[in-house]
Ligand binder design. Structure first.
Ligand code: 1CP
Length: 352
């Protein structure tokens, strides 16, 4: 597939550990509700209608790129397209977020999942959105593809919605380790196919979101998250290589996962995303010098007065250092954020 030549490769260089002229930055959830132009689009279309319409998904992906001097674009989609592809219903309820009205209740329910589903076909609309976005980006910045990690997806599939404790999903881990591992394996297979499809379609970096990592802790993480996270990087990179595609850097973001940083440094990912609860210097000590770190400004720091914000960012960049580093927030931007604050963030990173 021929795409326009990439003009800004800072993100990919930093991901590969190469020197950069300035620190690259992108923002988790940079496409979305804090942008008036997204709200305008969203007022006319359902959330999953935007995801499933490649032209609209490309439009939502490009909105932040038109507005800000970002160093990457992320494809507009959601992690819950995998449970959908496995046959589960997912609705997006205003004020609630994603809801799965028929969650998995017992291990028997795993057999209701459409495990033979051809993920590549079912989610081909994401591939098409990636192709269109790559063309429309015209090489301005690289395009990031993504997936949820198996434990995070298992959590939504059992809880049926976001949960403060994930107690139902964790009960599976303690009561039925074999069924839990079977489910995680089924999800992992889908994630691998899905990410390889995104790479084939033109994604230039792949990020895996383990957004529910904070609920596990070191022991459960070793048994129920890490093996699947590792399996994904090794199988995706192996398949991409077999297919003769360019090397594709991968990022693992485990929210609340500082207990696992040493292991994550050895898990086959090029970049480790950090939330704001760990000091950059401590994170670097834990992961060693080889991997690139991404993060980790508290999303709420954007509410601070401009002068304070600039100081926080300067301090953050100083602590991470300018090599092997991609600036980002420590989690997604909040929907009530003023877009001007994002412009200030990007500016301050570029100046730091
Ligand atoms: O009604 C709407 O418009 C819904 C708002 C919204 C948007 C804009 C949701 C619902 N998802 C998204 C897009 C989205 N989701 C993107 C693309 C945009 C971008 O990043 O620029 C991405 C990467 C995601 C990934 C995602 N979805 C994650 C992982 C990242 C993270 O925040 O930890 C998770 C956990 C989800 C689930 C989800 N989808 C939407 C919401 C509100 C949530 C979280 C809900 C919860 O747990 O309570």
């Amino acid at each position: 597939m021929e795409f326009p030549v990439l003009k800004n490769d800072r993100l990919l260089r930093a991901a590969r550990g190469e020197e950069v002229d300035r620190v690259p930055i992108w923002v988790m959830r940079q496409a979305g509700r804090y942008l008036p132009e997204f709200r305008e689009l969203r007022s006319k279309h359902g959330f999953f209608s935007i995801c499933q319409n490649p032209e609209l998904a490309a439009e939502a992906s490009l909105q932040p790129i038109r507005r800000f001097d970002l160093d990457a674009c992320i494809i507009f989609s959601d992690i819950l397209v995998i449970p959908q592809a496995l046959g589960m219903t997912v609705e997006m309820l205003p004020g609630v977020g994603p809801v799965l009205p028929e969650p998995l209740v017992s291990s028997d329910d795993i057999y209701k999942l459409d495990v033979t589903a051809d993920i590549t076909k079912k989610l081909s609309y994401v591939g098409e959105a990636i192709r269109i976005t790559r063309h429309k980006l015209d090489g301005k910045v690289p395009l990031i593809g993504f997936s949820g990690a198996p434990w995070t997806l298992m959590g939504y599939m059992i809880e049926g919605r976001g949960s403060k404790t994930l107690a139902k999903a964790k009960a599976w881990l303690y009561q039925d380790p074999n069924a839990s591992k079977h489910l995680l394996k089924v999800i992992t297979n889908s994630v691998v196919d899905y990410l390889v499809m995104q790479a084939c379609a033109g994604a230039q970096l792949l990020q895996v979101f383990e957004s529910s990592g904070e609920h596990l802790g070191p022991e459960l993480f070793k048994d129920y998250a890490l093996p699947y996270i590792k399996d994904i990087s090794s199988r995706v990179k192996g398949r991409v290589n077999e297919l003769g595609l360019d090397y594709i850097p991968m990022t693992i973001f485990v929210k609340g996962g500082h207990y696992a940083l040493e292991d994550l440094a050895e898990s086959g990912y090029d970049v480790i995303g950090l939330d704001w609860t760990i000091d950059p210097v401590e994170a670097r000590q834990k992961v060693g010098s080889r991997v690139t770190l991404q993060g980790n400004l508290d999303p709420c720091a954007l509410y601070a007065p401009e002068e304070d914000l600039r100081r926080y960012i300067k301090e953050m960049v100083k602590k991470f250092g300018k090599s092997h580093y991609i600036a980002n927030l420590g989690h997604g931007i909040y929907p009530d954020m003023n877009p001007d604050r994002v412009a200030a963030l990007i500016d301050a990173v570029h100046e730091a």
